[in-house]
Design a protein. Structure first.
Length: 590
């Protein structure tokens, strides 16, 4: 039993209360930067300059050329719940500003020492200085049109918060993220970020998203970004820019999603972008992507949390697929395809189908979208060290295959070939899988599946749950060539299969799709690329299967016309290159 007196319950001193509330809105220097810069944007600024020292812990200044604050309003701007952006409850539904709670300035002033100088078009400049929520000084100032807010000694009044701050470098990094998001959301606004006296970022405010991406990621990446345009089947239009699969990052920070012009943190939208790259990037690699989704305001709630910018959609699945489709379309339309000298580059369709009818993976060439593409990207395919090769970790980099001459097969699993600069070892299953995967996707994108009708429909017995799953997945299955029909009594009839799967027992494919969860009971709608990956995997030639010279040659040529033959849909490498110079070094010739 605890016999000590319980502590007395008291109403907090207003300054303490303000400090606690400030701690909520003003989590760290980056939140101050975000609130101040958003105020600048709300004020119609076309130029915003942000200056930081020690990650903002020592000094933050945000200067804008917006419409300013009248001298007699400076003090009230720092009062709690004081805002010019909202007067009635109805206004809440039609907000176009970034802020509206009227909490930022008082919270910041409660957390540090603030000096604000402002001038409107019609009056002289005035300033106010506040610390710990108390006005220290106010009066006439001098300033260009617009507002400048300086925050010093942030959190010195709230030591508890200081303890949670990481190094100033980490805080500067967070502030940089905030600016990156604003730059990408507002390409028409010129931003400058100066950290510890150095210009860390300069965005021109040209109105072009590509210029904004250049400011954030550099010109080289920006120039190579692919345009995202809305998919016709999508409920919500998605625009933006996304990288080709030759660019990637080890984490998700460069996947940025915006809804109605605001950066949002959304697992669903980030996953949608990631999934668009399935089969194009190695596992554990992530794209650089800026996706701008437009959603009618009544179908989305962006202000779930004042700082985190989480978002809720009325139709989350539709938001997901709108993004996933638009990004995938951009990739399929733009991924460069090797121009192969031995094939005419403008041939479409089956008329030039390869000449080996006995071979079930004969492939029509696809039109070349980038005839100027180098056959081999030597810069991206570094010379291999012997020990790397021994470790088996020397995949071919770069998105195109050079022309290769087949030499033979090893262990009935690897094709050996000679190319422009050395020897190539190709994993026959992974390579074929990659070829088939892209072929399926191309036909899916055109809405023209390659179908093999079955003379004798094959009965497939299904459990009730499996029947539900198959029924739901029917359109996707049909888009790849599986025609299924409910025969009653738990039996479905398979009337057609994807042409490339004709060598596989038909009912086995359906079993596999169900077993792998690609078509799953009580699941979300199946993703079509997962289905393509599964069909490709089961239709591809296996390891351990002996191939004729013709078959090997055909496989290698098919790789030359495939979007990214360097990886299979699961991200495993298809090809290992041993350069001539590496051989020379190994044999002591160099
Ligand atoms: P909110 O942005 O939610 O309205 P703030 O505390 O951030 O609340 O700002 C209070 C008010 O001060 C704003 O509504 C706006 O009228 C004015 N204000 C703040 N910053 C600026 C600025 N940079 N330029 C012009 N007005 C500003
Ligand atoms: Mg604000």
């Amino acid at each position: 039993m605890n016999i000590s007196h319980p502590p007395r319950i008291q109403v907090l001193d207003p300054r303490v209360a303000a400090g606690i509330a400030a701690g909520e809105v003003v989590e760290r220097p980056a939140s101050v930067v975000k609130e101040l810069a958003e105020n600048s944007l709300d004020a119609g600024a076309t130029h915003v300059t942000v200056e930081l020292r020690q990650g903002g812990l020592e000094f933050i200044r945000v200067v804008d050329d917006g419409r300013g604050i009248q001298a007699n309003q400076l003090e009230v701007a720092f009062a709690r719940h004081a805002t010019s952006k909202l007067t009635t409850m109805d206004d809440l539904d039609s907000l176009s500003t970034l802020g509206f709670r009227g909490e930022a300035l008082p919270s910041i002033a409660a957390a540090g020492h603030v000096r604000l100088v402002s001038r409107t078009a019609h009056a002289n400049a005035a300033f106010i200085e506040i610390e710990g929520g108390r006005t220290l000084a106010a009066g006439a100032g001098s300033s260009a049109l617009g507002t400048s807010v300086t925050v010093e000694a942030l959190f010195s009044a709230i030591p508890a918060r200081l303890k949670f701050m990481r190094t100033s470098g980490a805080e500067a990094g967070r502030a940089r993220q905030v600016i990156d998001h604003l730059v990408l959301a507002c390409p028409h606004v010129a931003f400058t970020l100066v950290t510890d006296g150095r210009v860390a970022l300069r965005a021109p405010g040209s109105g072009s998203l590509r210029d904004a991406v250049a400011a954030v990621h550099g010109v080289e990446i920006a120039d190579a970004m692919l345009e995202i345009t809305p998919s016709p089947q999508a409920r919500y239009p998605a625009h933006g820019l996304t990288c080709s699969p030759s660019t990637s990052r080890p984490n998700r920070t460069a996947i940025r999603t915006f809804v109605n012009g605001r950066w949002v943190q959304s697992r669903a939208l980030t996953a949608a972008v990631e999934q668009a790259y399935v089969g194009l990037l190695m596992e554990g690699r992530y794209p650089v992507s800026v996706v701008l989704l437009e959603v009618p305001p009544d179908q989305v709630d962006i202000n779930v949390h004042p700082n985190k910018r989480e978002v809720r959609f009325v139709h989350e699945g539709e938001a997901f697929s709108s993004v996933q489709r638009a990004v995938r379309d951009a990739l399929l339309a733009n991924v460069p395809v090797a121009a192969t000298p031995h094939q005419p580059s403008r041939v479409e369709g089956r008329d030039t189908a390869a000449t080996s009818p006995s071979f079930t993976f004969s492939l029509p060439p696809i039109p070349s979208v980038s005839a100027a593409q180098p056959l081999i990207d030597t810069a991206a395919a570094p010379a291999l060290a012997l020990d790397e090769l021994r470790a088996g970790a020397a995949p071919l980099a770069g998105a195109t295959m050079p022309r290769l001459r087949v030499l033979g097969q090893i262990a009935n699993t690897y094709v050996v070939a000679e190319g422009a600069d050395g020897m190539y070892l190709v994993d026959q299953h992974a390579a074929h899988e990659s070829v088939l995967f892209y072929r399926l996707l191309r036909h899916w994108a055109r809405g023209e599946p390659e179908i093999q009708p079955l003379l004798d429909p094959v009965p497939v017995p299904l459990t009730p749950a499996q029947q539900d799953a198959v029924a739901e997945a029917l359109p996707t299955l049909a888009a790849y060539g599986f025609i299924l029909e409910d025969f009653g009594d738990g039996t479905w009839l398979l009337r057609a299969v994807p042409a490339m799967s004709r060598a596989v027992p038909a009912e086995k494919m359906i079993e596999e799709l169900l077993a792998e969860g690609v078509v799953h009971p009580h699941g979300a709608t199946p993703s079509h690329w997962a289905m393509a990956a599964s069909i490709a995997c089961h239709s591809a030639v296996r390891a351990g299967q002996s191939l004729s010279d013709e078959e090997m040659t055909e496989l290698i040529h098919a790789m030359e016309t495939t979007a990214d033959p360097s990886h299979c849909p699961h991200g495993r490498p298809t090809t290992i290159r041993v350069t001539t110079s590496m051989l020379e070094r190994a044999f002591g010739r160099a």
